[in-house]
Design a protein around this ligand. Structure first.
Ligand code: NAP
Ligand code: SF4
Length: 670
């Protein structure tokens, strides 16, 4: 019997059926901009094969001005239509449906010809948009209709009209960006005219038997955003205008409130969808931070929505639905909401992928090929690199033994999972534990491989994934009892004092600061909304309220030697959250530090030519890492073929994304 009856139940739309309640949400991958859609088709085909019911493509512009970048993807003519037809052809054989997301960027379009209801620059764009004249608005509405018709001819089952996240339609809806005094601005009726005209135009062009999803911004999370009553009124009017499904949109891109990052509680915005439930009659979709079939099933069981949308979870595991169908959810590679390989890549104009699944969007390039010679492989170290290699190599048929000196697998993952808001790493470890077992990887725990072990070695190949050791500093007083490594601080927080200086402001320095400010015990779900100023009663414009200041648990100084902003190297889409989060806890950020010495008084330093003292109880060293690969010379001496991976290969590049990618690529060709 299935564990997920609500999730796997078909959805009848009258003129068509969706085979389950899973919507693969729109996610820009960068493949949309490629000349030919073979790779994009392979990406969607893999997800359709994995059982998803309804796929929404990445955002495609209905005209040139609406494209997100100068050469951004659009659907405006027959040539582009032919290219798009590959996508429905790729997914239909598996019973999946696919709709094209039509997205006009408005003032978020990253080019000098961007347009908007009013000439007001977005805080996240360097370009000031041009004000759309009346005829320009009428033409844009026609372009939506043209795009929908081309999508229909290309074989899509429908379109999704992107009406949220602060793009053009959203810009018309709120007075924050719409200062017009003509029939497109002012009263709610006027502000709603643009989206409603688009829906009517599209419906007229495509007829009745074509899905129109509208992504409705239910919570703008900006000042002067929509009032809840306006959201409900628009939802009802959209139904009358002919939409088939309403999807939930949460937060404008310029909102300084996290909506999908890892610290957002799972299904943390479902309260918004739930609130509109009784006001609407068409099927409703719930979104944001839903990443397991259990969470999705629960939302449907509690009648919060008719479908659940997940985007990043399908990068992490294309077989998400298939594994749920077969009651194998413990084998799902869960999205950890890190954004490091998906959104961060897209913002850097790189093809998206996934930290936990580097094959995502690289399906053609990283295919699993059959083995020519089966090898007996020893993997030494079970951090991200060792785990990823062991799993992929064993899937190909190699006989793999994984040695770990600790009593559990995971390496640095075991430290990462302790950080507040990074609990999802437990899921990654759960996934590897089950998948390694299933693929017959022999795991030997509590075993440190030494040179003498290599004498009786009968492996054909060895993988050195022994990770890193934290860098120690040659600083006077470094052995003082006030000094701790970050590993000690994470393992024994009770030994850390009330005032702390953290030397090193990379990813680990930021994480350690978070950890020392919030212990797991005081992490409550409600705190997230209070800290970030989200009004769960939804009775203020945009759903924002004043952030509630907390009394910091410790006084922390975060330090770096270089000049400039701290945390510059953090993720593009999450770095601001980490910086803002620590600032809310009154962490002192200091750059240009010259560390002089540590003694009973604290940390002595010079800054801009002036000597000073931080009178702290504890100094935590987060000054990067060095590779740990002492076994290398022994392997060379014995002539044992080997590869180094992850931190053992290059400590400077230590991060799980690099480690898993490097390991997977090697395992696919060894
Ligand atoms: P890191 O990012 O290289 O940062 C090391 C810090 O130590 C820098 O602030 C550096 O700044 C300082 N430092 C380096 N050598 C020093 C020395 N000899 N004396 C004093 N300070 C020194 O390394 P990490 O923080 O250990 O992170 C490792 C990797 O994990 C990174 O690739 C990171 O991206 C990843 N990670 C990311 C996240 C995240 O994005 N949230 C979280 C955890 C880890 P100065 O040289 O200016 O002092
Ligand atoms: Fe999820 Fe991180 Fe993968 Fe993006 S990179 S899909 S956030 S696990």
């Amino acid at each position: 019997m299935t564990h997920f009856p609500h999730l796997l139940k078909p959805l009848d739309l009258g003129f068509t059926q969706i085979k389950n309640r899973v919507l693969m949400g729109s996610m820009h991958t960068g493949l949309e901009e490629e000349k030919d859609y073979t790779k994009l088709a392979a990406y969607f085909e893999e997800r359709a094969k994995g059982g998803v019911g309804l796929i929404v493509t990445g955002g495609i512009a209905p005209n040139l001005l609406g494209s997100l970048s100068p050469f951004g993807a659009k659907l405006t003519n027959k040539k582009e239509m032919t290219k798009h037809s590959l996508l429905p052809q790729a997914v239909h054989p598996y019973g999946a449906k696919i709709v094209l997301q039509v997205l006009h960027g408005g003032r978020y379009s990253y080019h000098p010809f961007s347009v908007a209801p009013s000439r007001i620059k977005a805080p996240i764009s360097p370009f000031t948009p041009w004000k759309l004249p009346n005829w320009g608005i009428e033409l844009t509405i026609k372009h939506y209709g043209r795009c929908a018709l081309l999508a229909q001819k290309a074989g899509y089952d429908g379109i999704e009209i992107m009406g949220s996240e602060g793009y053009l339609i959203n810009q018309f809806l709120v007075s924050h960006t719409n200062k017009r005094q003509d029939q497109w601005g002012g009263s709610l009726e006027n502000r709603m005219r643009f989206p409603l005209s688009i829906v009517r135009e599209v419906r007229e062009k495509v007829g009745t038997n074509f899905i129109i999803i509208f992504r409705l911004s239910m919570l703008d999370l900006i000042e002067e955003g929509s009032h809840w009553e306006e959201v409900v009124t628009l939802g009802k009017e959209l139904e009358k205008a002919g939409v088939t499904i309403i999807n939930t949109g949460i937060g404008w891109h310029e909102a300084r409130i996290p909506t999908i990052a890892t610290m957002v509680p799972r299904a943390g915005f479902s309260f918004v969808t739930k609130k509109i439930r009784d006001s609407l009659t068409v099927p409703l979709v719930c979104t944001n931070r839903i990443n397991t079939p259990e969470v999705a099933e629960n939302l449907l069981k509690e009648n919060v929505a008719d479908m659940v949308s997940m985007a990043r979870p399908f990068l992490a595991d294309p077989e998400f639905v298939k594994k749920a169908e077969e009651n194998r959810s413990e084998e799902i590679n869960t999205c950890i909401a890190c954004n490091q390989a998906c959104l961060d890549h897209v913002f850097q104009q790189k093809i998206a992928s996934c930290l936990v699944n580097p094959k995502a969007c690289h399906e053609k390039e990283l295919e699993t090929k059959p083995l020519v010679f089966k090898k007996k492989i020893a993997v030494i170290g079970s951090g991200p690199a060792g785990l990823a290699f062991a799993l992929e190599a064993s899937k190909r048929g190699h006989a793999v033994t994984l040695f770990e000196k600790d009593s559990q697998i995971g390496g640095q993952f075991n430290l990462a999972k302790k950080i507040p808001g990074k609990k999802e790493f437990y899921e990654t470890l759960r996934y590897f534990t089950h998948s390694l077992k299933k693929n017959n990887v022999q795991i030997v725990l509590n075993k440190t491989i030494e040179e003498k072990d290599l004498n009786a070695w009968d492996f054909d190949h060895c993988i050195l994934s022994t990770g890193i050791v934290p860098r120690t500093l040659s600083l006077q007083g470094i052995n003082h009892e006030k000094v701790m490594s970050y590993i000690e601080a994470l393992k024994f927080p009770e030994k850390v004092g009330q005032t702390v200086a953290i030397i090193g402001a990379g990813g680990i320095g930021f994480d350690v600061a978070e950890f020392l400010l919030h212990s797991k015990e005081d992490e409550k779900e409600d705190d997230f909304y209070k800290r970030w100023g989200i009004n769960q009663n939804l009775d203020t414009p945009g759903g924002v309220v004043k952030k509630i200041a907390t009394i910091p648990k410790r006084k922390i100084y975060l330090l770096q030697r270089k000049k400039g902003k701290l945390g510059e190297g953090l993720g593009k889409t999450t770095g601001w959250i980490h910086r803002q989060s620590l600032k809310m806890e009154k962490v002192h950020f200091l750059d240009q530090m010259e560390y002089r010495l540590i003694d009973n008084e604290g940390l002595h330093y010079s800054r801009e030519g002036k000597d000073d003292l931080l009178a702290v109880d504890t100094i935590v060293i987060c000054a990067g890492q060095l590779s740990q690969n002492e076994l290398e010379t022994s392997l060379q001496r014995k002539g044992i073929p080997y590869n180094k991976l992850g931190g053992a290969f290059k400590a400077g590049e230590l991060d799980a994304k690099f480690a898993i990618d490097q390991a997977t690529r090697l395992a696919l060709k060894i």
